[in-house]
Write a protein that binds this ligand. Structure first.
Ligand SMILES: [Zn+2]
Length: 668
């Protein structure tokens, strides 16, 4: 069945009221719906099933709520529908009540010391167990046949190792895991969680296959019973939604990742075309502080990032909206939700105009990815992120360049697609250990990407602290005009390259760095800091050190200038010009009918949402390769904007930029 789902092309403004059990005691359907309408929500997510059944259940393994005294779920759902609000059922099969565990101790996750994990009267259950394999599908069947819900969300799906306090309990060692792993690989469970341990790599496959099998069965069941229902992270290609979160946490190591909502949104929008990106702006500070909100500016920024990158809007609170103890962040949410409601038509049927794809995925290097993301954003390159597992020739055909930031696992067919893409005229920029492992995380004898021109890896050096690159020729490095050195930290890869590969910048090995009397630079070697390899009609650029990770960790201009110059002057990639400060993120989308464009500017000043952004005056944006439009309107400003054609593209002037502006560029 290829019929479109209700979520496709529908304005998505989701509010998740993460109900506590006692919220059902006095919930009032009319008030509940009114609280959603105040935010102009189009989708609600309500707890229905799993840990607690929020409706009368007939299943003996589904713990009935003791608080079903207020309006019932059927009435609430009916009220939502009457107000044009779709309802997604929130389910959670990661835990069961203690009484249920006592009847079925074989369902529990088991730690290495033999203990089970109990939290607030709930016990963690294992995805390998009979509960998740047999009971969860029956609970879902009851939920979607008894309740007129429009979607299903699975909270904490997969193998969980942490509890809500952040305690790491290690991998599950229950009988079902021991037996399942032995059946699959004839091996005992691993002792370590080190990806260099072959046993642990097998264990990761066991996890993947276990989860995939049960998700496919669950999704098939839902499609059979209710083909109209939107599924969270569907295992088929019929679309649904992907739920993620932008949150803060008390013990998270700073700095905060400022592009959280942008990055969460981009990969879904670009990799899964029939799927809505629903990245939640989490109301609270952290799990232990569920009842106090983050700042309204932080919420506005997260939501603006989601909008700018083609995602839906999503807001999540603990409990209900009508009896919040802290209401201070709601104003921020209301602002962006209402803006979107007022401009729904402008946000319909958009697709990204970016010609650069930054690849991402599981088991990648988060720090390397973030460093490249940040440099692309701060230097105003228009880019998407693509899930590396989804990469194919047809997906790559939308792009002029791909960036692979030290991403080790690359499947054979993906590597072939990328090689062909470069051979046909595309550009690749890769760093570090890109493609050194296969899709099952096994180390490869040779890096997967043939186009890079790597003949042989001689050595991976981890002793390069204090090393530099000599910039003896500044051609192609205008941002490094005032320095003859780029510093290197972390790792450097000694390699031989095939004929035709051209090395630039020479490695200066670490020399003495103290006392001052000894701080003399050694002579430069012939090892390159950058390798350019023409391949077919395209070119490959390889950086044999972890510049992206350094940008994420240190954020020095010395590194980001090098990366930006590589992108602009060696990879030849266009960027948006004008006088935009680095803290303004820019995105460009096109209507699928080709009639117009939507340009977003998101102002990250004000410590990325920690405080209100600084208003920026007289912003000029020059968008390359855009012809003269008939009209340019700032949707936030609510007025037409000055524009004119320049040699570099279309120049648009924005007199005042607050948190964000959405510029509608009409072609006819
Ligand atoms: Zn287990």
């Amino acid at each position: 069945m290829s019929r479109s789902g209700w979520w496709e092309g529908r304005p998505w403004r989701l509010v998740q009221t993460n109900l506590r059990e006692m919220d059902m005691a006095d919930i009032d359907a009319e008030r509940y719906v009114a609280s959603l309408r105040d935010l102009e929500a189009t989708v609600a997510m309500i707890n229905t099933s799993g840990i607690v059944a929020s409706y009368p259940t007939a299943l003996p393994f589904h713990t009935q709520s003791a608080f079903l005294l207020g309006d019932d779920l059927a009435a609430i759902i009916e009220g939502c529908h009457a107000a044009g609000i779709k309802v997604i059922a929130r389910t959670d099969f990661s835990k069961v009540r203690y009484e249920l565990y006592e009847r079925h101790p074989e369902w529990a996750s088991v730690r290495a010391d033999g203990a089970v994990i109990e939290d607030a009267g709930d016990v963690h259950v294992c995805p390998s167990s009979g509960y998740q394999r047999e009971c969860a599908p029956r609970i879902i069947e009851e939920t979607i046949t008894v309740l007129d819900v429009d979607g299903i969300f699975f909270n904490m799906a997969g193998f969980q190792t942490h509890d809500y306090r952040g305690v790491d309990h290690g991998i599950c060692r229950c009988a079902a895991c021991v037996e399942g792993f032995r059946e699959m690989f004839d091996l005992p469970l691993p002792a370590s969680r080190d990806v260099d341990d072959p046993l642990f790599r097998r264990y990761l496959l066991f996890q993947d296959r276990t989860i995939r099998t049960s998700k496919e069965r669950m999704d098939a069941l839902i499609r059979r019973l209710r083909p109209d229902v939107a599924i969270d992270r569907p295992s088929d290609d019929r679309g649904g939604f992907v739920r993620q979160e932008s949150s803060t946490a008390l013990d998270r190591t700073p700095p905060e990742w400022p592009y959280s909502a942008s990055a969460n949104t981009k990969w879904v929008v670009s990799s899964l075309p029939r799927t809505v990106s629903s990245n939640s702006a989490v109301d609270f500070v952290d799990y232990p502080v569920r009842h106090v909100s983050v700042s309204p500016d932080r919420q506005r920024l997260r939501l603006a990032q989601s909008l700018a990158n083609g995602g839906g809007l999503d807001h999540y609170v603990i409990g209900r909206l009508d009896d919040r103890a802290d209401r201070s962040a709601l104003a921020g949410v209301r602002d962006v939700f209402r803006f979107h409601a007022a401009h729904e038509e402008d946000y319909r049927d958009l697709r990204s105009c970016a010609r650069i794809a930054l690849l991402t995925g599981r088991h990648g290097s988060t720090d390397a990815f973030r460093g490249w993301f940040r440099t692309l954003a701060e230097h105003h390159f228009l880019f998407d992120t693509l899930l590396i597992d989804r990469v194919s020739g047809s997906l790559l055909s939308h792009y002029a360049a791909v960036i692979v930031p030290d991403h080790e696992p690359i499947a054979d067919d993906v590597a072939t697609s990328i090689d062909r893409f470069v051979e046909d005229g595309g550009t690749i920029v890769a760093t570090g250990r890109a493609g050194w492992r296969d899709a099952e995380l096994e180390p490869r004898a040779q890096p997967a990407l043939y186009c890079l021109g790597i003949e042989r890896i001689r050595e991976v050096r981890d002793d390069v602290r204090g090393a530099y690159l000599a910039v003896d020729d500044h051609t192609g490095f205008p941002r490094l005009a005032d320095t003859d050195l780029v510093f290197v930290d972390g790792m450097y890869i000694d390699a031989d390259y095939r004929p035709g590969a051209r090395g630039l910048l020479q490695l200066i090995p670490p020399g003495p760095f103290g006392p001052p009397e000894r701080c003399v630079l050694p002579a430069a070697t012939r090892e390159p800091g950058l390798v350019v390899h023409p391949f077919g009609a395209g070119q490959a650029i390889y950086v044999p050190w972890r510049c992206g990770a350094m940008i994420d960790r240190h954020g020095q201009t010395n590194t980001s200038s090098f990366v930006a110059d590589v992108l602009e002057h060696h990879a030849g990639l266009e960027r948006v010009g004008g006088n935009l400060p680095t803290m303004v993120e820019v995105t460009l989308s096109e209507r699928s009918d080709g009639q117009g464009l939507l340009l977003h500017l998101v102002n990250g000043s004000g410590a990325w949402g920690g405080t209100p952004p600084v208003t920026i005056h007289d912003v000029e944006v020059v968008i390359p390769s855009i012809g003269e439009p008939s009209d340019v309107t700032g949707l936030v400003a609510g007025r037409t904007l000055d524009f004119h054609a320049t040699k570099g593209g279309l120049m648009v002037r924005i007199p005042e930029l607050g948190l964000f502006e959405a510029v509608r560029i009409q072609r006819t």
